[in-house]
Design a protein around this ligand. Structure first.
Ligand code: C5P
Length: 241
């Protein structure tokens, strides 16, 4: 199985992103555009990169009423992105609305290939105390994060979700239970690089061995004095673990 590299373009302006992409020309990379860069540069940057043939992962984590998210998904699709994220907490009707919107756009001869919808389960920034506080309040019977993630991912399979974003904590158990889902794993650190604020990290080779379809790497490349060399090392690690 192949594991793809997604580079998180966590930079505050379009020029910084374009400079980095210029240094990485020709390497097999999908670029992740999150809220920071999207708000700084607007959809123009995404359209421009997609128009140049770059693969784009639009990570805006949609979560709203079904109609609103379906229309946002259509805009993402029109921009030519490969994949985008939406919160599984949006539920079945939200994902069905996206699927319906995409089914309608298939009839449109101008439409490009449809993007993959990636579900986001419990944010990895939650600990059990914070999770209980927002979800269960004073209730006695509670569902720990791990069970919630497994339950949501299992539901998501039937909602037209192509894959999920999962942490290194969850990768092997989700891969074991859901062999057909595309698993995208952040929190990746090449050997010898500090974890920074990531609670549990994996090397690219470990993520590959545990069945990640794609890894997300940000700061190890963004902070590198030679980003191209760092990316080549990561790609090498994924190909020859
Ligand atoms: O710099 P670093 O490699 O830690 O960046 C990881 C990227 O993955 C960031 O864009 C971050 O927002 C994202 N991410 C994450 N953990 C998650 C989901 C997304 O680190 N659970």
């Amino acid at each position: 199985m192949k594991t793809e590299l997604i580079l998180a373009l966590d930079v505050p302006e379009a020029d910084r992103a374009l400079e980095l992409i210029g240094k990485l020309k020709g390497l097999p990379i999908t670029y992740k555009v999150g809220s920071e860069l999207f708000l700084a540069s607007g959809p123009e940057l995404v359209k421009r990169l997609a128009g140049q043939g770059e693969k784009i992962f639009l990570d805006l984590k949609f979560h709203d009423i079904p109609n609103t998210v379906a229309k946002a998904a259509k805009q993402a699709s029109n921009m030519g992105v490969q994949m985008f994220t939406a919160h599984l907490a949006g539920g079945k009707t939200m994902f069905q609305a996206i699927a319906k919107e995409f089914a309608m756009s298939m009839g449109d001869s101008h439409s490009k290939a449809l993007p993959m919808v990636l579900g986001v389960s419990v944010l990895t920034s939650f600990d059990e105390t914070g999770w209980k506080e927002v979800v269960h309040g004073a209730a006695k019977n509670t569902f720990p994060i791990k069970e919630t993630v497994s339950n949501w991912v299992s539901l998501a399979r039937d909602w037209g979700v192509g894959g999920v974003v999962c942490s290194a904590h969850e990768l092997s158990s989700i891969r074991g239970k859901f062999p057909e889902l595309f698993l995208v794993v952040p929190g990746i650190r090449p050997k010898g690089i500090a974890a920074q604020d990531q609670a549990r990290v994996m090397t690219p080779a470990e993520a590959h061995a545990e069945g990640a379809n794609a890894i997300v790497v940000g700061r190890p490349v963004l902070d590198s004095t030679d980003p191209r060399k760092t990316v080549e090392e990561i790609l090498n690690d994924l190909r020859n673990p």
